[in-house]
Design a protein around this ligand. Sequence first.
Ligand SMILES: *Cc1c(COP(=O)(O)O)cnc(C)c1O
Length: 362
Amino acid sequence: MTAIAISRTTKPKTPPPEDELQFGKVFTDHMFLMEYHEGRGWHDPRIEPYHNFSFDPATCVFHYAQAVFDGLKAFRGKDGVIRLFRPEAHAARFNRSCARMCIPELDPALVVESIRTLVAVDQHWVPRKPGTALYIRPTVIATETFLGVHPSASYLYYVILSPVGAYYREGMNPVKILATHEYVRAVPGGTGAVKAAGNYAASLYAAEEAARKGYTQVLWLDGVNHRFLDEVGTMNIMLRIGDEVITPPLNGAILPGITRDSVLTLLREWGIPASERPIALDEVFAAHEQGKLREMWGTGTAAVISPVGELGYKDRRIVINEGRIGPLTQKLYDAIIGIQYGTAPDPHGWTQPLPTEAFAAV
Ligand SMILES: *Cc1c(COP(=O)(O)O)cnc(C)c1O
């Protein structure tokens, strides 16, 4: 593999106090960079001090959003070991996002190595307090200067790191979600199944409207009939109705969450029936009326598991499990957190510890 050149900062910053950490506001001392040019391929993988970019105003990413990203975390365990959670799965998804947006794919091994090396260089930024983590944001942007609509001839891949605080400061507070019949996040054949930058710009309007009505997140319904559940905010959605856990199938409009996959794997191991099948909003309301809707939660890297306490749709509003976190929701959260922080066994090899030698080598 191409060697990663490392140039270290001469002006290291001081990481903020760990109990003041929020999400994605503070960045570490270094970043990873690599360019692509037609004919040359991806070249010059390197780590440099964190810095601003300077781009021509006509750079195509500013106009047509040919850009993708991913998001994963590194955790520092009680044993001091830093662990990445499922980096290969994130690298593979990152490449699927690239392919869908006509961005030349990267060597997945190099993507993982870029993350490992950068985290090793900035390892003292991985916070120690329970619940905190180092958020990792790999990104690709189209960098050609032109105003025509066609794939760029050049790209920049970069990775930045942000220490993040515990998602739940005062215990897990169930969120209130609003199903929208007016706006859609994705349609089959569109870009909903990948982390394309433009998807998130397109979601803001509905999220703002939900916030004005007192809801925390939007429950996205399918883009064709506005009937079936797709996702919640930037999380996958799961429900427990009777003894069955249900999550919508990966239908081409849903982002294949790695947390979703981890949760499904655990449920099946625990012998809890978990179905990937379409679930209509009508079925959710009917189950609630019959007293069978027991729990509902979102899954995603940022919060891991986010309990849903209230669901609104038009003039309806239902409360789930009396607005409290359900037992299975809590069990899933504890199980995944245990693996991430190295306090529970990791039979699936989901975590990748950074060996001490990796630190010595950089
Ligand atoms: C990132 C993301 C998810 C969750 O994926 P994870 O791999 O679990 O973090 C779900 N839905 C959307 C739209 C996303 O962008």
